[in-house]
Design a protein around this ligand. Structure first.
Ligand code: SAM
Length: 380
């Protein structure tokens, strides 16, 4: 297994023996101690955490390079039919002023993004499925592909195969859909009218259509790094769960509130367990860590992608998934400018080219099917 080699060359003797114990690959290709290995990585504490971060940073450099792909996110609508128990734009939050950008407005942002060196547009919204809306999204994807060189990533929730297939035919390159937690019971508890199995089926369909697949979870709601590894994801986004006061989980503290560094331990372990995946420094890291900023630290502890907020300024305060969401007083141009400075300070470059999956080549045919739901194995 080529992608396990890096773990046989530890950066430091400060990591525990268990953390250095790479998964044993059986004759039929199974890894029989991967769970113990990830658990040991997550137990890394005290000064050994620095060694873990260095290890993750080295693997990121060796496998993904120093370029940081900029994927501008456009939060084009906060209209949502779902009622997820953690999310600030859930349908029953009446304090939200709902909006939807029209296609021309989104296209104008897309054209700006090219000048901002953002090679992917990530179109994100609440989940508001309708035949007419989904058809319009297909038309929008077509226009973006015809009028710009951008790769298109969609992040709009669960849909049936025919809709994903139509969007793929319109030019959609990638899809982001977090599984949020690998614990089926917890998933059902915090996602009314949705199951983990349905979410994983969506990922399976996307993979079978040849779409590059991204998923991930909120750190601090129990979840599973191993599930990311088993799904063999092209992109993995994880970020701290941040309680939003207008949601049922508003008074539920993040499981790592007493040890917030655990968010980086999880990120570093994620990189070691998924050396060839694109891993973004997600926005929520900046809501939890300031000075130095969480996203800058994430880029030094395993992440290789940054998702500048390219949503026009007037909508940002209405897309408050959680409190203290950064950059809500800024606009696309400011965020584009800011990331250039951040990368200079970190000695990193802006990634060039489309930034497609390292695993499947440029829009390549999928190599492996998505595995069925693995049992949850605890935090993060
Ligand atoms: N509706 C689409 C979906 O469900 O995939 C995309 C939009 S959804 C708002 C994007 C992500 O926001 C979710 O996958 C979730 O992980 C994150 N999110 C929502 N509320 C959050 C919170 N309170 N803390 C941290 N992340 C949150």
């Amino acid at each position: 297994m080529d992608n396990l080699d890096h773990r046989q060359r530890p950066d430091s003797v400060n990591l525990s023996r268990d953390a250095l114990q790479v998964p044993h690959v059986t004759a039929d290709g199974r890894e029989d101690n991967a769970a113990e290995w990830v658990a040991a990585l997550l137990r890394t504490s005290g000064p050994a955490r620095k060694a873990l971060y260095m290890s993750a940073d080295r693997v990121r450099r060796e496998r993904m390079g120093d370029g940081v792909f900029l994927r501008g996110i456009v939060e084009f609508s906060n209209i949502c039919g779902r009622d997820c128990h953690y999310c600030g734009i859930r349908s029953s939050n009446r304090d939200v002023r709902r909006y939807r950008m029209d296609a021309d407005e989104i296209l104008a942002v897309a054209k700006n993004m090219v000048g901002w060196k953002q090679t992917t547009i990530v179109l994100q919204s609440g989940e508001a499925a309708s035949p007419e809306g989904d058809r319009r999204l297909g038309d929008l994807i077509r226009r973006i592909k015809a009028e710009t060189d951008l790769s298109v990533t969609m992040s709009v929730g669960n849909r049936p195969r025919d809709v994903y297939s139509h969007w793929r035919d319109c030019g959609m390159d990638r899809y982001l859909l977090r599984f949020e937690t690998s614990d089926p019971a917890l998933f059902a508890q915090i996602h009314p009218a949705c199951t983990l199995g349905e979410r994983l089926e969506c990922l399976h369909i996307l993979r079978s259509l040849g779409v590059q697949v991204g998923s991930g979870f909120m750190i601090g709601v129990p979840a599973n790094i191993l599930l990311c590894r088993n799904l063999d994801l092209d992109m993995i986004g994880i970020g701290p769960f941040i309680p939003h006061p207008c949601t049922p989980l508003g008074k539920t503290a993040n499981a790592y509130a007493a040890d917030p560094e655990m968010h980086f331990v999880a990120l570093a372990a994620l990189r070691l367990a998924n050396p060839d995946a694109h891993i973004p420094a997600t926005t929520a890291f900046d809501a939890v860590f300031t000075n130095p900023s969480g996203r800058d630290l994430a880029l030094q502890r395993g992440a290789n992608v940054f998702m500048p907020n390219s949503t026009p300024g007037q909508y940002r305060k209405d897309y408050m998934l959680y409190p203290d969401k950064p950059c809500v007083d800024e606009n696309g141009a400011l965020c584009a400018f800011c990331i250039v400075g951040r990368l200079e300070m970190l000695g990193r470059q802006i990634g060039t080219g489309p930034g497609h999956s390292r695993k499947r080549g440029d829009r390549g045919v999928p190599a492996s099917p998505i595995a069925p739901a693995a049992a949850g194995s605890g935090r993060p």
